[in-house]
Design a protein around this ligand. Sequence first.
Ligand code: BG6
Length: 487
Amino acid sequence: MTKVTDGFSKDFLWGGATAANQIEGAYNLGGKGLSTSDFAAFKDPYATGKVNNFTFDVTSEELAKYSERPEDYLFPKRWGIDFYHRYKEDIALFAEMGFKVFRLSISWARIFPTGLEDRPNEEGLAFYDKVFDECEKYGIEPLVTMSHYEMPIELTKRYNGWVSRELVALFEKYARVLFDRYKGKVKYWITFNEMNMNLNSLYTGAGVLADKVENSLQAAYQASHHQFLASALAVKAAREISPDAKIGCMINQIESYAKTTKPEDQLQAVKAEQLNMFYPDVKVRGSYPSYMVRYFNEQGIQLNTLEGDDVILAEGTVDYVAFSYYMSHVTEYRPDAMKLAGTFDSPIKNEYLELSEWDWPIDPVGLRISLNKLYDRYQVPLFLVENGLGAKDVLTEDKKIHDEYRIDYIRKHIIEMKEAVKDGVELMGYTTWGCIDLISCGTSQMSKRYGFIYVDQDDKGNGTLERIRKDSFYWYKDVISTNGEKL
Ligand code: BG6
């Protein structure tokens, strides 16, 4: 009989997650080239009156303006939280909380400044060596994303990003350098962060200037096809160079509920889910699912592919499915529903759920549903690599942050995660998003804070950068030391 477990495994990987462009800063130091995220200008969301104002897309006109007169704009992802110089202090704080794993990403432009060089930038490689050595000092496993919402800007300027097939070989070269250099130091890898978000921001996910393509839906899937190939070739390279490495794919999992019990709404929820599952379907099973082929035909999408692509995909399947989980959505049937593909598509309010300060529906039970569905579908280990609450924190005069709301959010999600484990889901670990306050991806704000560690800096980059332990810091430390028993 199948064994039933009553909690997290002894080797469960507790920790936190970050991304290079949201923490490192030092955007022009150590030989780093400029990346796409260095051109995500701050457009004050408070000024527009709409707090959840995603600013992550960049047009060709904006890119030209930002390149000509950078001094006229603020680019928060250029300064991050200065992890580049403070990684020792930050990793020591993670160790104090008892982290078993630290998710970070490597900036492609630190290793290949334009993406086109034949040889990697030694200073960039050496920086990550130091970071991994520091992790090792405390017994923390690095979990490394190779491409988290950034790439050398030269690849956007020259090729318009991932719509071009040229990037496949350039990424494979980059991947080979990483596996070669860090074998023995890094066991857990993710090739691309949240590939399904290509549908929401072509620039952020794929370095594509949307005004330079005729049909952005076609471009999103063409870019995705190239990333599938690059990811599969990277997996193949890892098997050769670093056979112990475990490589995962990653999506932004947004649980889709039907608005009513009307069968058409239920079917719409299934279709919305397929648009998300398409990504792990290809990466775990190694081929395009038939529902997607039908979808492409109906939407008039024709992908440019080459003979042999099928073989590449089939030979580069992943070991585990990683995902982020922040919210669920409600969907209903409309004649145009499938045209407006994508996970942030017209969310309908769920009357049973509260919203975060940034209007994200909070749904811990949805996490249990997602975990069960993903595991039922793939039967490979899962890794929850992002989850957390973006909130405004208040620093008291005696330098404390009483973030009970964050504890409450994470506690409820861990409870459901544990229930899913008891349901039989094989879960490798949990890394909360933004374990240290960082620059928001969607809004480039600092004031949207996720961390257990407060960083003294405002939206415009003013502050001492001092690190301060929040109440949630001590709470999460207990969670880890009791392996999720004391919540
Ligand atoms: C995830 C991204 O989708 O959401 C992260 O992988 C991002 O990079 C996180 O920071 C939270 O989004 P935001 O916009 O609140 O920073």
